[in-house]
Design a protein around this ligand. Structure first.
Ligand code: NOJ
Ligand code: NOJ
Length: 441
């Protein structure tokens, strides 16, 4: 009897802890849900809808930025996939995406490749919007260059030259068009990742720099040395401008400078970290170990920790938003902003990438130590340090998990007071950011 009681007590405990710790979100579920948003019913092939939500809010469009980032994740998933059948399916999606980009580039409206979004029938969206947006072509080039390099390795040079990159000018191929556009528009003001403020943006320029550097390498590989030199020169000029985004007085990297339109804000913004993830090259230029990046990360954590009520629960990682002054609640722009899933995953990805890195300088170590709320890290072994970083990353996954629904669905945001999901349901970018963070494990 006594033994039975003890056993049932243990069973109840195991049951409870399973409820508490079984994740609702996973790599498989996110991938499944993401794939549902690529070419869903009522759309043409290659379309990536930002969300299946067609009203309140209407996100049933193909955004150039979202699509480029999502397909970048699809490419990475494809590369890591062992199952030949699944790999083939993903590759097919990449080819269909190339065709869609071709269509977008031909149909692009008044702002040419700076058009930010397209209807699901492939025509440009013509309603009022924050235009132009210059990050799209650069992000798209980054994704497609990865695909081009993979195809070249597989001996598909003919396809690459015909569709992706040929030296011909005016440009005839998709990557070449995006690179030429980027090389000629990087210094012009446009709207930011959040489509709200006009100016020059850190994340946009990071994407433009990477597009130029990756593009130059591809150009060399495909016998276009003059273009390569031109793109390299542009990359250097972009770097000079990017360095000015560090503000030593504020102690963080500013998201926007030379702003001409949109609300005034502190320019402390998760888009800076997204820029590092999407477009960093691990080459020492604003990489994850750069003390300026770490300081920005620390400021973002502290700020969101303070302003969102749900962050009072210290058992979970900090829920992260876009920027402290945000007034977009997922439906209207005159409300209070909330934490976003993709912003919270960006933090998880950040710590995982730091854990993977080596060669920590003294300055970066000190700042990471602050980030982990530790007094001293100098005597710590590398192994212990990495374990702590991974643990920290996991707190952000746990945070997202807590607010996701039973079946791993994730919207755009979570309510800052009660944690319930807000904004566009099944946001494709939420899933892509979850997967790309997990791929760093
Ligand atoms: C306002 C939001 O702040 C912005 O980020 C969004 O893209 C547009 N509305 C469209 O939903
Ligand atoms: C609003 C976000 O601010 C923007 O970055 C995104 O492109 C659109 N929603 C679509 O997801």
């Amino acid at each position: 009897m006594k033994w039975n009681l003890k056993l049932s007590f243990v069973l109840v405990l195991t049951f409870l802890s399973n409820i508490a710790f079984a994740s609702k979100i996973s790599y498989e579920k996110s991938l499944d849900l993401l794939l549902k948003n690529i070419h869903p019913a009522d759309t043409i092939e290659g379309v990536v809808v930002a969300s299946p939500s067609r009203s309140h809010p209407d996100y049933f469009y193909h955004w150039v930025r979202d699509a480029a980032l999502v397909m970048n994740t699809i490419f990475d998933v494809m590369e890591s996939e062992q199952n030949i059948k699944k790999k083939k399916k993903l590759k097919k999606l990449m080819y269909e995406f190339v065709n869609r980009v071709k269509g977008n580039q031909i149909a692009s409206g008044f702002w040419k490749l700076g058009e930010p979004k397209y209807n699901v029938d492939g025509t440009p969206f013509t309603g009022p919007w924050g235009r132009p947006q210059h990050d799209g072509p650069a992000l798209r080039a980054i994704t497609l260059i990865k695909f081009a390099n993979c195809l070249l390795k597989d001996g598909k040079a003919d396809y690459v030259k015909e569709n992706l990159y040929s030296p011909t000018l005016p440009a005839l191929t998709v990557i070449k068009k995006d690179l030429e556009y980027t090389a000629r528009h990087w210094s012009l003001k446009g709207f930011d990742y959040w489509e709200e403020v006009k100016g020059l943006h850190f994340s946009t320029m990071m994407a433009q720099r990477r597009a130029m550097i990756d593009g130059a390498k591809l150009a060399r590989r495909l016998n276009d040395p003059h273009a390569a030199t031109f793109y390299e020169g542009v990359a250097m000029r972009i770097e000079q401008r990017l360095k000015k985004f560090w503000n030593p007085t504020k102690d963080y990297i500013e998201s926007t400078q030379e702003q001409t339109r949109g609300v005034q804000k502190s320019q402390l913004d998760i888009s800076v970290v997204l820029g590092v993830h999407h477009s960093g090259l691990n080459d020492g230029f604003f990489d994850v170990l750069d003390p300026r990046v770490i300081k920005t990360v620390n400021k973002l954590n502290d700020s969101f920790n303070r302003i969102y009520k749900i962050n009072g629960d210290k058992n979970l990682g900090t829920a992260i938003g876009r920027y402290p002054e945000d007034t977009y609640d997922g439906y209207r722009t005159d409300k209070e902003g909330n934490p976003w899933f993709l912003a919270t995953f960006a933090m998880a990805e950040y710590y995982l990438r730091v854990a993977k890195a080596s060669n920590y300088s003294k300055a970066s170590l000190g700042n990471i130590c602050l980030s982990l709320k530790l007094k001293h890290c100098s005597n710590m072994t590398q192994k212990k340090f990495k374990t702590l970083l991974t643990k920290k990353a996991n707190t952000y996954f746990e945070r997202a998990d807590f607010h996701a629904d039973q079946n791993g669905h994730m919207s755009e945001q979570m309510n800052r007071y009660n944690g319930y999901m807000m904004g566009a349901r099944d946001l494709t970018w939420s899933y892509a950011s979850h997967i790309s963070a997990l791929l760093q494990k």
